[in-house]
Design a protein around this ligand. Structure first.
Ligand SMILES: *Cc1c(COP(=O)(O)O)cnc(C)c1O
Length: 370
């Protein structure tokens, strides 16, 4: 057992001494929330960094998802993936929308575009795919389907901070994209999130919705919620932005090392990196096929744990196995054969920006020894 356990992820933290002067500014101004100066500055800097036109900051990614669905008036049924964090589907539940699960593509772990149309009914109003592990969905194909059926397209881009496809931000596809800035994500504001929209009108509507529906002091335009990002979160975001390139560069080194060490092992698959994609290296999933590899994923997981390396079976179980979704017709394992297999094979290896290369070797050896 290692003295200090190595977890799948740990928050990247900028220097504390740079954060304290920002807190002092908040104490001086006494502006703690409600679109304060740090909030405004972070929206501006994120638009530049990400290459997007309109962003609305949120207290967390889940409330951003719930609000994105509200902003587009989504109702009835929405097509989504079972291979995600449970908040993706919960955001539908909180809007009284029936999730319809569609299977994933084994090469990307994203919603399989060729299986979407068969699941569209007269009640379908939108598609909610996820860019899993920051790997872009087939955005062209999915957009064409949405256009053909005149339904909306909202991306859960919680893993896709900074990801680019052919030089363009992945966040510019679809009607809206939603980010999470949770502590475990590549870019964090302790907790936080955002919606990327494509017009000033839509941004205004989203900003109203996250602030009780207030347009001005005396006008309420919608039954909004309170999902505002506060000034401490926004200050953290500004500081993180100064270091984000450095954090991602370090992750890239670890990611590349894992790839080199674990490539070409019978029974272990790693995901191909697309040469047209700029990745954020947020996760390093491996897929263990127990029909070929000597032992199952769970045995590898336990063995790593015994050596002090905490990987995570991310995403296992599938969302379609959880209450209240497990009895939906689309949640039946027969409908989701690829997702069922992938979720039993996946193991995300520890990937922290300050993981040293020796530890990466120890983790890879721990797996190879089997
Ligand atoms: C983290 C995450 C969320 C939720 O974000 P929070 O900021 O934790 O509320 C939603 N979807 C996916 C895919 C996530 O990984």
């Amino acid at each position: 057992m290692k003295e200090k356990p190595i977890y799948v992820t740990q928050p990247s933290l900028p220097p504390l001494e740079e954060f304290i002067p920002m807190l002092e500014k908040i104490w001086e101004s006494k502006i703690l929330t409600n679109n304060g100066p740090f909030h405004q500055q972070l929206e501006k800097e994120l638009c530049e960094f990400l290459g997007v036109k309109f962003i609305s900051l949120f207290s967390n990614g889940t409330l951003a998802l719930v609000t994105a669905l509200q902003a587009l008036n989504i109702s009835g049924e929405v097509i989504t993936t079972p291979y995600s964090f449970v908040a993706t589907t919960h955001s539908l539940w909180w809007n009284n929308i029936k999730p319809v699960f569609v299977d994933i593509d084994p090469e990307t772990c994203n919603l399989d575009p060729d299986k979407i149309e068969a699941a569209i009914t007269a009640q379908t109003t939108a598609i909610l795919p996820v860019h899993v592990y920051g790997n872009p969905c087939d955005v062209e194909k999915i957009q064409k389907i949405a256009n053909r059926h005149k339904i909306k397209l909202i991306y859960d881009a919680a893993h896709a901070f900074g990801v680019k496809l052919d030089g363009k931000s992945i966040l510019n596809f679809g009607d809206l994209s939603v980010l999470s800035f949770h502590a475990t994500k590549v870019f964090n504001t302790f907790e936080g999130g955002a919606i990327i929209s494509h017009s000033a009108e839509m941004k205004q509507q989203i900003d109203d919705l996250k602030n009780f529906g207030f347009r001005d002091e005396v006008t309420v335009v919608a039954p909004g919620i309170n999902a505002k990002m506060n000034e401490v979160q926004a200050a953290m975001g500004l500081l993180q932005l100064k270091y984000i390139d450095d954090f991602i560069e370090k992750r890239k080194l670890i990611f590349t090392e894992y790839s080199n060490l674990l490539r070409n092992i019978d029974g272990i698959k790693i995901l191909d990196q697309n040469s047209t994609t700029i990745n954020n290296y947020s996760y390093f999933p491996i897929f263990i096929d127990e029909k070929i590899f000597p032992v199952s994923r769970d045995v590898v997981y336990e063995k790593m744990k015994a050596s002090g390396f905490y990987g995570r079976r991310y995403f296992y179980p599938l969302i379609s196995h959880f209450y209240p979704y497990k009895d939906l017709p689309s949640a039946m394992p027969d409908n989701l054969p690829v997702s069922e297999i992938v979720s039993r094979q996946v193991l995300c290896l520890p990937l922290l920006s300050d993981l040293d290369i020796d530890t990466v070797h120890s983790i890879a050896n721990c797996i190879k020894e089997i």
